[in-house]
Design a protein around this ligand. Structure first.
Ligand code: PLP
Length: 390
C-alpha cells in the first residue's frame, strides 16, 4: 500500500499493520523480510534497485521508517540504533555558540548528552524548571536554535503545552523537538500541535516487548535532510533484525496502548485510596495539574504512573523488592509491568540536591503499567503495599 493513498483515509491501527509493508516484490512474502545483507549487487556500476549498502539504506529499515512516518503524521522518518542515537542526530544540527532550551524534567540520558557531549562542543543548553511556555520564552535569545521537550515528563508526568511551546520556538526563530517516547504516536502526535521534529526511543512503547533497543526521528523532509546525512555519515543505524523486531512490535501499538491506558487509569485511581501513598502522579486523574491539557493533546493518558510513598526511601525500597509481577527494572513501555526507583536508577546521574529540588526524592517510585490482567496487577501492588505496615 503506498503511503500517499493511506495517509488520509486509513485509521491508525490499519496503518500500523500495512503502511510500508506491501508484499515483498520478489517473493510475495506477506511479512516484510529481514534483509540480512550488508551490500546489494548492482547490474552495472551505479545501476541498482535503490539500495547499495545497508548503512545508507536497507529494505527492512525502510519499511519501518515508512510506517513510523505515517503514524506520527510526518513526511519522513529515520530509524536509529537507539533513542539516544536519534537524539544525537537531531542535536548534530547545532553548531558551536548555538543555544538550546530544554525543560529541566528531562530523560537522564538526554541531560547527560546535552551536558557531557554537546556542551563541551560549544553548544549551550539552558533548562527551565517551570514547564509553562512563558518560562521557555524567558530563556530564549537570538542564539536559540532549538527547544527540546518531553511530555509527559519522566518521572513526574508533567504535561507540557506543545502548541504553546511551539509558538515560543517559532517566534524565536528556533525549532521545537519533542521526545514523544512516553506517549507513543498512538496517544500523541506532536506535529499536529506545531512541533517540527519528533524523537522516539522505539525501545519503549513502539517496540513494546522489551526485546530491542532503537530510536527514530520524524519530521518534514527539509528538516530531516541534514539528519539523514548524519545518519549515513555518522552511522548509528539499526540492523535489519532490530528494524524487523521493532516493526513487528509496532503492528500492535494501537491495541497495546488502549490496554496500557485502561490498566493505568484503574490502578492510579485505586492507588489514590491507599494510605501508604502520599501522592499519585498520573495525568488521567482529575486533580493532576495537566489533566485538561492532557485531555486536549492526548488520546488517553498513557501507561506510566509515579507514586510518592508516605514512608519515604525505606518504604520505597521495601515496595520495590516486594512486588512479584512488577519486575524491578529500568525502561518502560513493554507488555510486562515494571517498577523502578528513579532516584537510584534512571536519575542516579543527577546530583541529589538537584533531584530533590525537582521532587525526584527517595520516596518516589515509578510504575510502567503493562497489559496483564489488571486485577492481577492490583493484587500484586496490594500485597506489596500491605507489607509496608509490617
Ligand atoms: C529510554 C528513553 C530515551 C533513550 O532511548 P534509548 O533507546 O535507551 O537510547 C530517550 N528518551 C526517553 C523519554 C526515554 O524513555
Amino acid at each position: 500500500m503506498s503511503q500517499e493513498s493511506t495517509k488520509t483515509t486509513l485509521g491508525f491501527a490499519t496503518r500500523a499493520i500495512h503502511v510500508g509493508q506491501e508484499a515483498d516484490p520478489t517473493t510475495g512474502a506477506t511479512v516484510v523480510p529481514i534483509y540480512a545483507t550488508s551490500t546489494f549487487t548492482q547490474e552495472a556500476p551505479g545501476s541498482h534497485k535503490g539500495y547499495e549498502y545497508s548503512r545508507s539504506g536497507n529494505p527492512t529499515r525502510a519499511a519501518l521508517e515508512t510506517c513510523l512516518a505515517s503514524l506520527e503524521g510526518a513526511e519522513q522518518a529515520l530509524a536509529f540504533a537507539s533513542g539516544l542515537a536519534a537524539s544525537t542526530a537531531v542535536l548534530s544540527t547545532l553548531r558551536p555558540g548555538d543555544e538550546i532550551v530544554a525543560s529541566a524534567d528531562l530523560y537522564g540520558g538526554t541531560y547527560r548528552l546535552l551536558e557531557r557531549v554537546c556542551r563541551p562542543m560549544g553548544i549551550i543548553p539552558r533548562y527551565t524548571e517551570d514547564s509553562a511556555p512563558d518560562a521557555f520564552k524567558s530563556l530564549t535569545t537570538s542564539k536559540t536554535r532549538m527547544i527540546w521537550i518531553e511530555t509527559p515528563t519522566n518521572p513526574l508526568l508533567q504535561i507540557l503545552d506543545i502548541e504553546g511551546v511551539a509558538r515560543v520556538a517559532h517566534e524565536a526563530g528556533a525549532i521545537l523537538a519533542v521526545d514523544n517516547t512516553f506517549a507513543s504516536p498512538y496517544i500523541q502526535q506532536p506535529i499536529r500541535f506545531g512541533a517540527d521534529l519528533v524523537v522516539h526511543s522505539t525501545t519503549k512503547y513502539i517496540g513494546g516487548h522489551s526485546d530491542v533497543v532503537g530510536g527514530a526521528v520524524m519530521g518534514p523532509k527539509n528538516l530531516l535532510e541534514p539528519i539523514k546525512f548524519y545518519q549515513n555519515a555518522a552511522g548509528g543505524v539499526p540492523g535489519p533484525f532490530d528494524a524487523w523486531l521493532t516493526l513487528r512490535g509496532l503492528k500492535t501499538l494501537a491495541v497495546r496502548m488502549e490496554r496500557h491506558n485502561a490498566n493505568a487509569i484503574e490502578l492510579a485511581s485505586w492507588l489514590e485510596s491507599r494510605r501508604e501513598i502520599e501522592r499519585v502522579y498520573y495525568p488521567g486523574l482529575f486533580k493532576h495539574l495537566g489533566h485538561s491539557l492532557a485531555g486536549r493533546q492526548m488520546n488517553g493518558y498513557g501507561g506510566m504512573i509515579s507514586i510518592r510513598l508516605q514512608g519515604g526511601g525505606p518504604a520505597a525500597r521495601k515496595l520495590l523488592t516486594s512486588t512479584r509481577l512488577f519486575s524491578l527494572a529500568e525502561s518502560l513501555g513493554g507488555v510486562e509491568s515494571l517498577i523502578s526507583h528513579p532516584a537510584t536508577m534512571t536519575h542516579a546521574s543527577i546530583p541529589a540536591e538537584v533531584r530533590a529540588a525537582r521532587g525526584v526524592d527517595d520516596g518516589l517510585v515509578r510504575l510502567s503499567v503493562g497489559i496483564e490482567d489488571v486485577r492481577d496487577l492490583r493484587s500484586d501492588l496490594e500485597q506489596a503495599l500491605d507489607r509496608l505496615g509490617e
